[in-house]
Design a protein around this ligand. Structure first.
Ligand SMILES: O=P(O)(O)OC[C@H]1O[C@H](O[C@H]2O[C@H](CO)[C@@H](O)[C@H](O)[C@H]2O)[C@H](O)[C@@H](O)[C@@H]1O
Ligand SMILES: O=c1ccn([C@@H]2O[C@H](COP(=O)(O)OP(=O)(O)O)[C@@H](O)[C@H]2O)c(=O)[nH]1
Length: 456
């Protein structure tokens, strides 16, 4: 079997447990298959390009430091202030500067310079996400000849939206350097084909391959990322004994728990969710005092202005909801800006009779799948899920909501809280089918099999 080389900005180096679905997913995939994982060290220090190596089991981690200027331009700048809002359909938040774009290109070139000498022609190279779109083209320029696949973890928006990015073709056109480009959903893959047709002059073959006017071709497919469902079920059953999980249960004094778990990111729709919870308390006064909503929201991309603004905003809304609705012995909304270990989270999920996953736009959203997989099969909770999350394509047995419709979300919370056991079981079984059948290992295998099949 060829060696697998995975490249992503975020690397889950042993001992690091920062929130984020990409790292959680790739960690599970690499643990099984082994290989090399290359990416940013997570450290901003010294000169860019200093490498660190570490082995754990069959995985070799090679990570690279970035200096402050590169980190600001590449990660805080073009990746997270230009591409992230663009790809999440937030044109109002896109901040475009030629300088950060040049920094993004410079860091991608540095990734290519450092990675190319580590590669063999027999390797299979799998590059991840919007931070590294031009990397294959840059590696090809450096003579790398192995198969290269790309997976976009975030949504692929419409061609019209992408075209708002100045010189979008110079960036998105580098996707044609890959042998296979994968997306979270069929609709994302279709939007990429449409983009390639309109702006790349491509034709689309019957199997969905993008055929370029110059004769090249790119295989395109939907590969919805999954979770390690079996492990999460095991962890959640065992987690009841964890002190943090027991403490949470005791603190509820018999009340129902609703849970939200999200990086502190505007794509996750937390202001709307908090307001919808407030609306639930207003529209369903008989329910007051019966449910506590716990929102876990570890700080993410904290150097970026829009994220700082969101934090201020959420503190205001949370204070308002509690100020309006709390009783001396009941705080309706608990808002916690801490990162929790994955295993502890599974215990929290299992305790919650309602899971609230209401992003305004999300590539997949692994929390939705984790919440379902962590439930007690005999007495599962109910999931309220945004129809604008990639996960909704598979989890259509959740209570699907439009996150902008606050009354709709409020009523869905009430419905989830009082759902009969038989309906909860039925919905849970339906949601577990794709979660079990397309788990993280299947995701990895399907992508790599397809990459192995494409003619290069
Ligand atoms: O690395 P960070 O800047 O701390 O951000 C964390 C990750 O956020 C995004 O995750 C996406 O990937 C998930 C798994 O496929 C998916 O479920 C979710 O919908 C996406 O938002 C980002 O795309 C990753 O690159 C980040 O590492
Ligand atoms: O305190 C936390 C909060 C979140 N997560 C994990 O971070 C991931 C978030 O992935 P998701 O796809 O939902 O969204 P992303 O953050 O990647 O946009 C999930 O595996 C969560 O279990 C975690 O380990 N600790």
């Amino acid at each position: 079997m060829s060696r697998l080389v995975v490249v992503s900005n975020r690397v889950a180096v042993p001992g690091e447990s920062r929130a984020g679905g990409l790292a959680v997913g790739l960690e599970a995939a690499l643990r099984t298959r082994g290989g090399l994982w290359f990416g940013w060290s997570g450290k901003v220090r010294g000169d860019s390009g200093r490498l660190h190596e570490q082995d754990e089991g069959d995985v070799r981690y090679v990570t690279m430091d970035l200096d402050q200027a590169d980190h600001d331009a590449y990660y805080n700048g073009f990746a997270n202030r230009t591409l992230w809002p663009l790809l999440h359909s937030r044109l109002d938040l896109v901040d475009y500067a030629r300088e950060t774009r040049a920094g993004y290109r410079r860091v991608n070139a540095l990734f290519a310079d450092k990675l190319a000498p580590l590669l063999r022609d027999s390797d299979v190279l799998w590059i991840h996400d919007y931070h590294l779109i031009p990397l294959a083209a840059l590696l090809r320029e450096r003579g790398v000849g192995c198969r290269i696949g790309f997976f976009l973890h975030v949504p692929m928006p419409s061609a019209d939206l992408v075209s708002a990015l100045p010189e979008h073709g110079r960036l998105f056109g580098t996707l044609y350097a890959y042998d296979l480009v994968g997306f979270q959903t069929v609709r994302d893959a279709d939007r990429f084909r449409t983009y390639a047709r309109i702006f790349g002059g491509a034709t689309i073959e019957s199997d969905g391959t993008v055929a370029l006017p110059g004769g090249g071709q790119v295989a395109v497919g939907a590969f919805p990322i999954g979770i390690d469902a079996a492990r999460i079920a095991e962890q959640s059953a065992a987690a009841v004994a964890k002190p943090a999980v027991r403490a949470l249960r005791e603190s509820l004094s018999g009340r129902q728990l609703a849970i939200g778990v999200d990086r502190l990111d505007y794509s996750k729709g937390m202001p709307e969710r908090f307001r919808a919870f407030g609306r639930y308390l207003e529209r369903h006064p008989a329910e007051r005092g019966r449910m506590t909503f716990l929102q876990i929201a570890p700080v993410s991309r904290g150097d970026v202005a829009e994220y700082q603004h969101l934090r201020d905003q959420l503190e205001g809304i949370a204070g308002h909801i509690n100020g309006t609705h709390a009783e001396p012995d009941w705080t309706p909304l608990r808002y916690v800006n801490r990162n929790f270990a994955h295993a502890t989270l599974t215990g929290f999920y299992r305790m919650a009779s309602v899971g609230l996953v209401t992003p305004l736009r999300d590539g997949m959203n692994l929390v939705a799948k984790e919440y379902v997989a962590a439930q007690d099969p005999e007495d599962p909770g109910a999931l309220v899920l945004s129809m604008l999350a990639g996960a909704a394509a598979e989890l259509d047995a959740a209570l699907l909501v439009n996150p902008y419709d606050l009354d709709g979300v409020a009523d869905a919370i009430a419905r989830a809280a009082s759902m009969s056991l038989s309906e909860r079981r039925e919905r849970w079984e339906s949601m577990m089918r794709p979660i079990r059948d397309y788990d993280i290992h299947v995701w990895c295998r399907r992508f790599l099999e397809r990459l192995g099949e494409v003619s290069t």
